[in-house]
Design a protein. Structure first.
Length: 493
């Protein structure tokens, strides 16, 4: 993986075309996403004030992003006062260098990790491995992905594309080469699989001197970091090692503990459909003889301030990584997470990845089109990110280019390749809509020749009509009908 992109991945249409033919994958995804979203719906329905909590979360995030420079400075001061050290990383390379240097200072060659989207985004595991440092994932799903030499396909459940039989086979084959082997006669029952993982990971927890985490939230007023999880592995990684290194995106900040209260209600219900997470771990700097004695916070930008400069696209930074949008998305359900070519799959990945990485690559230019624009993602988002609005905004950027911010500089993007026909069609539509007479003539001509219209479009339009029906042209244009019937008043009863 490089810069958050899975190396060698094709654009979304090609990757999705292959994925939808995998019947096992589609069955796994359908079962898992439908189960999670049904449970979420019931959990959310328990709260009469859910709509107000959603609005409050949106407003807190928008306020924080608008004053990000103030709260980041406050956070650094609070973390430092509590005994921690703050490091700033402009991009993935700088973040990886910082973390590698911090691990080397300890003299250790292995670390245990809490599930972290930020470290996946920057490719930290791969970088550490190249430097001779072994990083062991301790989240059950991340462990499955790591042992299987696989890629995560879901924000909340990275191994959602695997079924129990596949997981059993991975454990039997790979656990021994990573540490304690799987028990003899391991079956695919959830209890046995979980016990195998527990035994395998326990020795790593007790041996590791360095832990690496992300964070769900950072509280500026106290310098407190928060990790919510369901397995207890996070608690082990955050308390047992002597050194803790947390790698967190700068957008994960909230101003106060009172603000945190809102998200500790909305995040668990939207993600795991629980009233609260089984483990909510908070830590503030260091404490004598209790927990890690050295704490480092690595704050990463990696395209976030560029995204913040986009008035429409910046709302993607409100995301709290609940994955509710993935579980309701008809495109994700059929294509799976790997087709997005990023650690951020699904609807949120389709708007976040092209902003963090730019739309210069074939993968990123295709992601804004990985949606039917049905709006289900917006309806379930606990911080009201209007994902369809951002998708359309990014599609315009891909097709037409235009002003954007990259690496802190204002630039003028060139249109992406392969969209010449679309640009020509939009120019033609613009001309027609600004010339009413020509538009009316064209509508009449289309109505009178409709019996000769093809079912599919020729040339570049063929790909569009391969999976869609052309709309039927009415026998009479609306303008003519309106004039003939006096606005509908003369229509026979």
């Amino acid at each position: 993986m490089s810069g958050g992109t899975f190396v060698g991945m094709p654009a979304f249409p090609k990757a999705a075309h292959e994925a939808v033919r995998d019947t096992t994958l589609r069955a796994n995804l359908k079962h898992a996403t439908h189960t999670i979203r049904d449970k979420r719906e019931r959990a959310v329905a328990e709260l009469d004030d859910w709509a107000r909590l959603r609005q409050a979360g949106k407003e807190i995030k928008d306020h924080t992003l608008h004053h990000l420079e103030h709260y980041l400075v406050q956070l650094e001061e609070s973390v430092t006062a509590a005994g921690g050290t703050v490091h700033w990383a402009r991009d993935a390379d700088e973040a990886n260098r910082i973390v590698t240097s911090l691990v080397r200072e300890t003299g250790e060659s292995e670390v245990v990790k809490v599930k972290s989207m930020a470290t996946q985004e920057i490719g930290l595991n791969e970088h550490l491995e190249a430097e001779g440092i072994h990083a062991y994932e301790t989240d059950l799903a991340e462990l499955i992905v790591q042992l299987g030499d696989d890629r995560p396909s879901h924000i909340l459940v990275p191994a959602i594309h695997r079924n129990r039989g596949e997981i059993r086979d991975i454990f039997r084959k790979e656990m021994g080469s990573w540490g304690r082997p799987a028990p003899e006669g391991l079956t695919d029952t959830p209890a046995e699989l979980a016990e195998a993982a527990r035994l395998h990971l326990r020795e790593k927890f007790l041996r590791a001197k360095v832990g690496i985490s992300g964070a769900n939230f950072m509280v500026a007023e106290t310098g407190t970091l928060v990790v919510v999880e369901s397995e207890g592995n996070g608690r082990m990684c955050l308390t047992l090692p002597e050194t803790l290194i947390s790698v967190v995106g700068i957008e994960k900040i909230v101003p106060t503990w009172r603000d945190l209260e809102v998200f500790l209600q909305t995040l668990p219900r939207s993600s795991t459909a629980e009233r609260m997470n089984p483990y909510t771990s908070t830590w503030t700097g260091t404490t004598d003889s209790d927990g890690p004695q050295t704490f480092h916070l690595v704050l990463i930008d990696n395209g976030r301030t560029d995204t913040l400069a986009d008035e429409v696209g910046r709302q993607a930074l409100r995301c709290i990584r609940c994955s509710a949008c993935l579980n309701v998305c008809p495109v994700y359900e059929r294509a799976g997470g790997h087709a997005y070519g990023s650690v951020y799959p699904g609807p949120i990945g389709a708007i976040l990845s092209p902003q963090l990485r730019g739309t210069g690559s074939e993968i990123d230019a295709s992601l804004p089109y990985a949606s039917s624009l049905c709006g289900a993602c917006y309806e379930v988002c606990p911080v009201a990110i209007d994902i369809p609005e951002v998708l359309v905004h990014l599609r315009e950027r891909v097709v037409a280019g235009g002003p954007a911010t990259r690496n802190g500089n204002k630039v003028m993007l060139r249109p992406a390749k392969g969209h010449a026909a679309e640009r020509a069609a939009m120019r033609a539509a613009t001309w027609a809509f600004t010339h009413p007479g020509a538009l009316a003539t064209g509508q009449r001509l289309a109505s009178r020749t409709r019996r000769f219209h093809p079912r599919t479009m020729p040339g570049p339009g063929k790909a569009w009509t391969d999976s869609r029906d052309l709309p039927t042209v009415p026998a009479e244009p609306f303008r003519d009908w309106w004039k003939r019937t006096n606005g509908g008043k003369d229509t026979p009863k």
